[in-house]
Design a protein around this ligand. Structure first.
Ligand SMILES: [Fe+2]
Ligand SMILES: [Fe+2]
Length: 400
């Protein structure tokens, strides 16, 4: 539906509905995805990206591009790109973050010589994309604090040709950007709370780093996406599940807070009794989410409880088998083992990629759900992009 074709009341109702939906999204990445999607729908824009400010830089945080998606539908690598630009007047995004004002550019070819910013062609060069019009909107909190910028690219006419954005777009977007910013602030707080919980587990078990859980969560949502598409889940069902899956997957090993340091930090192999205690982290984690207060609790419970079960029934703690193991547990089991093998840990270097893939293939139908192994290998370039986005900075010694 083209919202700009509706009358004012309809437009307002639609904006309020979107606002309400945004406020129900818990995960920051799912939220950025929804914000960009709705902004592009409001303005009929072909592409867009969001930059959030971190460490005084504009960090590229999310992207959507219909043209590039159409050219290569399986490619989801773009969203895992990792770069940051300084907040200064030389770039368009930097300028908008600095001034806190929306900037509408009808054609990036003809930017006035008198302005301090210029259009950076490098993305177009790499991707083969052709940017023409652009609108860059600051994300400003109610206290007047800029937390990032959103950039939408190439408004389209009826035939899909790029045209300039309309001035009326600017008006609606300034209203929409305000509510989007409050939703982003809330989701960022949720993410920070989760990362703090993970930090607590990391203090006990140094293997559970922020990078590891971010990678496991990202592999998991990509696996789920493909698995659900094969089953014709609706777009909405997939989005809702991805939203809570990312958070719940990040918390898979949080039960380790209940395990003694003597066991977690033992520099040698665990003996049988110690391993028995170690295994209780699955149940201990599940206990934290017992009570099913929300969908997120229920999913976190399932993942903590079942991420060490195996497809062949030889896992722990309950020796569940095959499809008796919830799908989220099967997904995280694969994501977690893959990441443990491919990453350097204090006690081992990273395994060779070909060896890790051999293990996955060998364990397909044994440790892992065979359908998930197949999906995993089919999206392997995305998996690699995720690894690049969340590198383990601490273990350079093993990766150089
Ligand atoms: Fe675990
Ligand atoms: Fe893990």
């Amino acid at each position: 539906m083209d919202i700009l074709a509706c009358d004012t009341d309809d437009r307002l109702t639609e904006l309020l509905k979107i606002n309400d939906e945004l406020n129900h999204i818990k995960d920051i990445d799912s939220l950025l995805d929804a914000i960009l999607y709705e902004t592009r729908r409001l303005t009929n824009a072909d592409a867009g990206s969001i930059f959030l400010i971190e460490n005084r830089m504009l960090n590229f945080s999310y992207v959507q591009n219909d043209t590039l998606k159409k050219r290569d539908p399986l490619n989801n690598k773009q969203i895992y790109s990792n770069f940051a630009i300084p907040i200064n007047e030389t770039s368009i995004a930097g300028y908008v973050a600095l001034k806190g004002k929306t900037l509408k550019i009808d054609d990036v070819e003809y930017i006035d010589d008198n302005v301090p910013y210029s259009f950076n062609r490098s993305f177009d060069k790499i991707s083969g994309y052709n940017t023409k019009s652009m609108m860059t909107i600051p994300l400003v909190t109610t206290r007047g604090h800029v937390i990032g910028v959103m950039q939408i690219i190439n408004a389209k006419d009826d035939k899909g040709n790029p045209i300039a954005f309309q001035s009326s777009d600017e008006r609606y977007l300034s209203f929409f950007a305000g509510s989007a910013t409050s939703a982003i602030e809330k989701a960022k707080m949720t993410r920070e709370m989760i990362l703090r919980m993970i930090k607590m587990a990391e203090l006990r078990d140094p293997k559970e780093t922020g990078s590891h859980v971010n990678r496991v969560a990202s592999y998991s949502i990509e696996l789920f996406q493909k698995w659900a598409e094969k089953r014709n889940f609706t777009h909405k069902e997939i989005k809702n599940y991805r939203d809570i899956l990312r958070i719940a997957a990040m918390l898979h090993d949080v039960g380790k807070v209940a395990i003694s340091d003597i066991i977690l930090k033992k520099p040698a192999r665990l003996n049988e009794d110690e391993f028995k205690i170690m295994k209780t982290h699955a149940y201990q984690g599940a206990k934290l989410f017992k009570g099913n207060v929300s969908d997120l609790d229920a999913l976190s419970y399932d993942i903590a409880y079942t991420h060490h079960e195996r497809w062949d029934g030889k896992g722990y703690p309950r020796r569940l088998k095959g499809e008796d193991i919830p799908i989220a547990g099967r997904i995280v089991a694969l994501a977690d083992v893959y990441d443990a093998l491919i990453s350097a840990r204090v006690y081992k270097p990273a395994w060779e990629e070909s060896d890790v893939i051999t293990v996955l293939e060998k364990e397909s139908g044994n440790h892992f759900d065979p359908e998930l192994v197949e999906i995993f290998l089919s999206i392997y370039d995305v998996i690699k992009a995720i690894r690049m986005k969340f590198p383990d900075l601490d273990f350079k010694i093993f990766t150089s």
